[in-house]
Design a protein around this ligand. Sequence first.
Ligand code: PAF
Length: 282
Amino acid sequence: MKILHDITTLRAWRARQTGIVFVPTMGNLHAGHLSLMQQAKQTQLPVLASIFVNPLQFGAGEDFSRYPRTLDADLTQLEQAGVDAVFVPEAHDVYPEPQTCFIELPDLAQQLCGEFRPGHFRGMATVVMKLLQMAQPTHAIFGKKDYQQLAIIRLMCQQFCLPVTIMAGETMRADDGLALSSRNQYLAPHERDKAPQLYAELNRIKNQLQSGNKHYTLLEQTALNNLAQSGWQTEYISIRDATLTRPKPDSAHLVILAAARIGNTRLIDNVEASLTTGPRIQ
Ligand code: PAF
């Protein structure tokens, strides 16, 4: 596996490939990331991963400084996963001067997580645009765990005519249903025990939707109440269609999204609900 430390070496490696599949990460890799690497391998294209904790997408008071950085273990895992190259830039490679050009996003970026993390999606979209320009992949994979992020990236790539196919990776879960996330390690043992409740509430809504219940607000409110009773501070629970707008009466594919805190740890999750027997959202 090639370790590419800067844009010059990345570009030189890229120039030797025809197509590549790119899996950007912030490191601290777990089985969720590794499943994205396996999906990338299945394309038969050379696989490029990146590890960069992007300061621009963290707000004041968020966990940028304590975000787990485990580069050596990450590199070992990527090598074992058969990744061909990994881009590990320093902040001054990505931001050689203060970033003054940003991706301006539509209203979707102010909703859901955007309402509670002002500037997060602007910083995320800006670094993803930069990474895509640096790596020039033909394909790139982003996990559905960050469903809103995936939707924003898809829209950005489409509207800026980027010649990249965006692929979605399924969310990996612990045996008890908790979505795998680097932030799970912030949970104290009693919080970890409680954490699967978020997924359970999303599934409860999904089952109701699939039984024909269309009382969206009531379903959301019931889950909010259940979580509050168990001591969660919920930011939002929202039933949306696949493009993250409010569902229309004939929407066949819905997604239920949530962000909630246990103690100081903020967790996000989502569950898709197909109301037909048609194909799943890819
Ligand atoms: O999902 C992440 O890990 C990050 O938001 C990403 C896409 C690597 C951009 O920093």
